[in-house]
Design a protein around this ligand. Structure first.
Ligand code: DAH
Length: 339
């Protein structure tokens, strides 16, 4: 009898149905009053007492399995119109390999998401830009070295058309067209005439943030920076601001975070200082506001800019930034689990 029960168990697990009637006939065959399991119960009365316990348990398990399978069939039927998945003609003939997201895209989105939570919206601008938006409007003096051919790719000299060297050009485009308050985040690709090595490339990516309103202060900037650093690198992250210089901000600063690899103890990555630099920032220079038609006596603002490669490097410790553009699947596929 035990063998019979085992055989029935296998049979039940493989049951299929293609119509509702078949599902019902399965129920009648196995689980109704005159069904197979009931008749097993009848047989059960005649087996020797010492086997009753074991066989009883097996019959109960069989009954349970039959009930479960029937329920499963009903659900499969409701979902697919059949219980035989091979009949699902909408399925692909072979398994589809899922792609992975590029690490720079993952990090770009993470940065933007954090600023979106502070009320920033995305703004974009062209990669082929004019001199005004990349340099002049941002208070770069005529003889500033960044305008030099060694740093900038020129597309045309007169009038000057360049590949943008930073995403700060999107700031002025938005300021020229929008009344404050302005709160934007601008991700994008930028170009510089650099020799390609493990630490420099002729194109890379930045995210720029700009906030203009009445009474925006350096304290607001610092709080936004702290929020960003903690959301991006963890709640224990510390920040430190060092005075710096950018033509378009006054005062200007560079921000370091406590090294997220050694936690600030000192390691080769942070050159044993415990700190790593991640971005530039400052209060928007009044000249820039005026250049874009915003009254600098009424409005103030802060701006910040960071390299996405740099942040990605910190998050994933990619030592050679050429890896980001070589399309080596062995590298890219490692980011499968990241999102
Ligand atoms: N544009 C700068 C660069 O490419 C980064 C930057 C620094 C942007 C300070 C800013 C800022 O908005 O306030 O190096």
């Amino acid at each position: 009898m035990q063998e019979k029960i085992e055989a029935l168990l296998t049979e039940i697990e493989q049951l299929k149905a293609t119509t509702v009637e078949e599902v019902e006939s399965i129920r009648i065959k196995y689980l109704s009053k005159k069904g197979i399991i009931s008749s097993l119960m009848d047989e059960f009365r005649n087996i020797p007492a010492d086997q009753k316990r074991e066989v009883g348990m097996k019959i109960n398990a069989l009954k349970q399995a039959a009930g479960d399978r029937l329920q499963q069939l009903k659900e499969m039927f409701a979902q697919n119109g059949t219980t035989d998945v091979r009949d699902d003609l909408s399925r692909t003939a072979y398994p589809v390999a899922l792609g992975t997201r590029h690490p720079l895209s993952i990090v770009r989105e993470e940065i933007c998401d954090i600023f979106k939570r502070l009320g920033f919206t995305i703004a974009e601008g062209p990669e082929v830009e004019d001199d005004w938006h990349v340099f002049s409007s941002l208070n770069f003096a005529d003889d500033h070295p960044a305008r030099d051919m060694q740093d900038t790719f020129f597309i045309q000299h007169d009038p000057q058309v360049v590949l943008r060297t930073h995403t700060s050009s999107v700031q002025t485009r938005v300021m020229e067209q929008t009344e404050p308050p302005i709160r934007i985040i601008c991700p994008g690709r930028v170009y510089r005439n650099e020799a390609i090595s493990y630490r420099a490339h002729c194109f890379f990516h930045q995210v720029e943030a700009l906030y203009i309103d009445k009474d925006v202060s350096f304290a607001d900037l610092k709080q936004a920076l702290l929020f960003f650093a903690r959301e991006m690198f963890g709640a224990d992250t510390k920040i430190r601001l060092r005075p710096s210089y950018f033509p378009f901000t006054e005062p200007s600063a560079e921000m370091d975070i406590s090294c997220n690899i050694c936690g600030g103890e000192g390691c080769p990555f942070c050159k044993h200082t415990g700190w790593v630099e991640i971005l530039g920032c400052g209060m928007v220079d009044p000249n820039v506001l005026e250049n874009c038609g915003i009254d600098s006596k009424v409005y103030t603002g802060y701006a910040l800019g960071m390299g996405i490669e740099r942040i990605t490097n910190l998050k994933y410790q990619v030592k050679d930034l050429r890896m980001f553009s070589e399309n080596d699947l062995r590298f890219l596929e490692q980011f499968r689990a990241a999102h």
